[in-house]
Ligand binder design. Sequence first.
Ligand code: ADP
Length: 218
Amino acid sequence: MRKQFAVIGLGRFGSSVCHELNEMNHEVLAIDNDEQKVDKLSKHATQAIVADGTDEKMLKNIGIRNFDHVIIAIGEDIQASILCTLILKEMNIKQVWVKAQNDYHHKVLDKIGADKIFHPEHDMGQRIAEFLTSEKVIDYIDLSEDFSIIEIIATKKVIGKTLAEMDVRAKYGCTILAIKHSKGVNVTPNADETIKEGDLLVVIGHKNDLKRFQRDGI
Ligand code: ADP
């Protein structure tokens, strides 16, 4: 289904969000107070306009109320990011997602009702560190402070074994959600499924359990 999004702030983060949403064929309204940024992005949005995200009157005039989902990617200017969030939440926009610069910014955004808060640089740093410290892990999603999903390469240690033989849940407290192989993805695989060379396992669990599994179980 085609959805409507507005993105305020077209720096590196905001513009790449616009690009992706546009590629996915959603309707994207892109806003920045810098004309050059707007010009650069105009090809990758349904509409791109030069405007200040803290100007309440202007936001009303462009009909931002009709958008269910607004992403605020104003970078350095924390005050503008907070004010823009406040205005949009007061207008009852359902989903206001905001890029935070630091923990203080995050706290304020949380207090004033931001529905999702991103730390792209920090998250990317964490992901890269995770990859650097394990050659087996090829992707990683943080679900919360304690839980993650990892995508891990099946090694010689498990190739030829069935899931029942691996017994990951009893031994490590993790669950294998899916097995990816060249022909596709097997979601919720059976216990008698045999791991083959080149398979990738998608595993969910507590971070400590996943670490033990990475170290000793595969
Ligand atoms: P990034 O780290 O994602 O590149 P930047 O700080 O470089 O972030 O970019 C933030 C963008 O937000 C810039 O393009 C800037 O012009 C825009 N911006 C800053 N303040 C406002 C505002 N009040 N209204 C609209 N856009 C803004």
